[in-house]
Design a protein around this ligand. Structure first.
Ligand SMILES: Nc1nc2c(c(=O)[nH]1)N[C@H]1C(S)=C(S)[C@@H](COP(=O)(O)O)O[C@H]1N2
Ligand SMILES: [Mo]
Length: 333
């Protein structure tokens, strides 16, 4: 399919979930299983210009001529890498979903992109990891810092990225280099990296010092994108859609369920796009309005491969990220 066709048959909804026009129109007609096969897959990718951006201050202006990544602390040798040094290393491209620990239930601080970069482990091996290293401190040019356990840094999915969805990493997302830390909230994914320090000690970064969870493991979550809260629905058949994500912490999403009666009964949704557990899954559910009620509360819950069921209540508290069930209120015309 060429780009022109693609634009013609799709429209952008919130958070970059692309929904084919055909599919949206299908809400107004009754369509059977045969028609349903014609529905196009939505893209998992959030376009760069729609991807949420969060940072503590101004975007630092970094010039490739003077920019360096310096690896210090418990290393065999102090190592300084230029942008070109990094480009010469083995590149990896992979999808990762990023979400902020402060995102509210069903909030918009979540996005999925295809990132290209080099393995953190390859960079650390250039410097040589000394015995006794416990943590890796990551510092950005804006003064932000965070730390991660050495085993996370050496993990096969820990990526230093310089491209986002095939484009040079945009300024607001960390140009020229950012870290992508699978399974952890955005705060553990520092942008505008300039220094990596290996240490035998503990270290509390910018948000960690302010009480946010040092583990920052993404909790199982899901959100409804269509319909929007307070939307008025014109027909008795409506395709509800959204995302689900567990950060890979429960083995990935196995099932998504939707309730139109405030959680009394649950119906299985169709997962219509997914990648690895490090990326969100997109789901849809064809809802047939079965009563003459004029108002419904729609809820979604995700179920993981390890059988974890997303719950109504967030057990661990707001500073570890909330995970309660997203509910939208809809009216029927
Ligand atoms: N250098 C730097 N990196 C940072 C931050 C920051 O303020 N400075 N904010 C973090 C937080 S809290 C989040 S949620 C993610 C958001 O990444 P994005 O802006 O690319 O979506 O960046 C993280 N990395
Ligand atoms: Mo965040």
């Amino acid at each position: 399919m060429n780009r022109r066709d693609f634009i013609q048959i799709t429209t952008i909804s919130t958070a970059g979930i692309l929904l084919p026009i055909k599919y949206i129109q299908a809400n107004d007609v009754v369509f059977g299983p045969s028609n349903e096969k014609e529905i196009l897959k939505p893209t998992l990718i959030t376009p760069n210009n729609e991807f949420f951006a969060l940072h503590i201050g101004d975007i630092p202006a970094l010039d490739l001529k003077s920019w360096r990544l310096i690896i210090t602390g418990y290393t065999e040798r102090v190592t300084t890498l230029t942008y070109d040094d990094i480009l010469k290393m083995k590149a990896i491209t992979k999808m990762y979903t990023l979400t902020c620990i402060g995102n509210e239930v069903g909030g918009n601080q979540i996005g999925n992109a295809r990132w290209t970069g080099v393995l953190m482990r390859d960079v650390l091996n250039k410097a040589g990891v000394k015995k006794g290293v416990k943590n890796v401190i990551l510092r950005g040019a804006d003064g932000y810092s965070t730390s991660i356990p050495i085993k996370d840094a050496l993990h096969k999915d820990a990526l230093l990225a310089y491209k986002m969805n095939g484009e040079t990493l945009p300024k607001e997302h960390g140009y020229p280099l950012r870290f992508l830390n699978p399974r952890r909230y955005g705060m553990k994914n520092p942008k505008w990296l300039v220094n990596i320090e290996l240490t035998p000690k503990d270290y509390k970064g910018y948000w960690e010092k302010r009480g946010w969870d040092d583990e920052a493991l993404v909790q199982i979550r899901s959100g409804i994108r269509r319909p929007e809260n307070k939307e008025i629905i014109e027909s008795k058949i409506y395709t509800i859609s959204g995302y689900a994500f567990d950060g890979g912490n429960h083995g990935g999403i196995s099932k998504v369920e939707v309730s139109a009666d405030e959680g009394k009964t649950w119906n299985e949704a169709i997962i219509w796009a997914s990648d690895s557990p490090l990326a969100w899954s997109l789901w849809r559910y064809r809802w047939q309005v079965s009563s003459n009620d004029k108002r419904f509360f729609i809820k979604v819950r995700a179920i993981a491969k390890d059988k974890t069921i997303q719950g109504e209540i967030t057990a661990s508290g707001i500073l570890s990220g909330v995970s309660g069930l997203h509910t939208v209120k809809v009216g029927i015309k």
